[in-house]
Design a protein around this ligand. Structure first.
Ligand code: ZN
Ligand code: ZN
Length: 347
């Protein structure tokens, strides 16, 4: 191999290739997020509400305490794991990722070829000037390592760039082929891992909400992804699901909206174990809005969960099982599913 060919190959593999790979990776992040949120899947990620519905529906179909408790006690961790699983399921056949990678690879190659062509207009340019012109042209799109670039620059000669330009065109073609091969051979999991935590962070923020939980029932705040000062929940749950108990250590079945309309008191870590009136919950939770409403009871979904896992929740929270209202016991899994659909307006 001639010196020019060697240098061209080096410039292509050490400067251009890593920059192309980074560009493809960065471009894939929003594509994967969009793809997940497009709604063309069994699980609907298109809005925060549909997402919440999908999670709760999945929990009900699996009907396992270990999943419900992880969801209620470590909401953010749970949904991160859940979203990750769905991303992997969605991209597991590899075709979509390959298609996206190829789209951005072709885009980069077109840009590089255009850069070479443009730099080559100046027939008098030395090799060094030629490469500098290419770098200037690609600067906005491809970020090359300055170290690798100066190593390559040192190898360039004062001679005109004619032969070098032809060698570089060949090297770029070879690089394209090598990258296509690499893309075909790399598994979908390694590709998703290669995108880092950006996709997951992005989807968790968009779909999971602000991460705050109702101080009593642990339901996640539903105020949306936009920054907000006041947290709120539409459908509160039996407080026992958040570990609340009566003075006799029994988990309680009442829900937050009705508790704050009574003279009942609560105690927890924030009150340092002292009993504090629900009505004055703002003393401890000033950013929460829980409107007093006696008429409202929780959904059949959460009643079903509370009945089914009463003993498990009690054990987990080191409390006594709740006194379950008799009529709750007749609620079936189908009733729970129906109430979930109604709550989210799904037909
Ligand atoms: Zn609540
Ligand atoms: Zn919030």
């Amino acid at each position: 191999m001639e010196q020019d060919e060697k240098t061209a190959e080096k410039f292509s593999s050490r400067c251009l290739q890593p920059a192309v790979e980074t560009y493809i990776r960065l471009s894939l992040v929003p594509e994967v997020v969009d793809e997940m949120m497009s709604g063309n899947d069994s699980v609907d990620f298109s809005t925060r509400m549909f997402f919440q519905y999908s999670v709760l529906k999945d929990l009900l179909s699996k009907d396992k305490f270990c999943l419900f408790i992880e969801y209620t006690s470590s909401y953010e961790k749970f949904i991160r794991g859940w979203i990750q699983e769905k991303i992997e399921e969605h991209f597991s056949d590899g075709t979509k990722l390959l298609e996206l990678e190829d789209k951005y690879l072709k885009q980069c190659i077109r840009c590089i070829e255009y850069g070479i062509q443009k730099a080559h207009v100046n027939k008098e340019a030395t090799q060094k000037e030629f490469v500098q012109d290419i770098c200037k042209e690609l600067g906005n799109k491809l970020v090359m390592s300055q170290d690798a670039l100066s190593t390559c620059m040192a190898l360039l000669k004062e001679a005109t760039a004619e032969k070098f330009a032809n060698s570089l065109k060949k090297s770029v073609k070879e690089m394209e082929k090598a990258l296509q091969k690499k893309q075909k051979e790399t598994g979908f999991k390694a590709k998703l891992d290669g995108l880092g935590s950006k996709v997951l962070n992005n989807l968790t923020v968009k779909l999971g909400g602000c991460g705050e939980k109702c101080p009593f029932c642990s339901a996640p705040c539903e105020a949306g992804a936009v920054a907000h000062k006041v947290h709120r929940v539409e459908i509160h749950r039996p407080e026992g699901l958040g570990g609340y108990r009566s003075a006799s250590m029994k988990l309680i079945t009442s829900i937050c909206t009705s508790s704050v309309s009574t003279d009942m008191r609560f105690s927890n870590r924030d009150t340092k174990g002292l009993w504090h009136p629900y009505k004055e919950f703002k003393t401890f939770y000033k950013n929460w809005e829980i409107s007093a409403d006696k008429s409202y009871t929780t959904s059949d979904y959460w009643k079903y969960v509370m009945v089914k896992f009463n003993e498990d929740f009690a054990e987990f929270y080191d409390a006594e099982p709740a006194n379950i209202p008799t009529e709750w016991r007749t609620i079936s899994k189908e009733d729970a599913d129906k109430s979930l659909k109604e709550a989210f307006g799904v037909i």
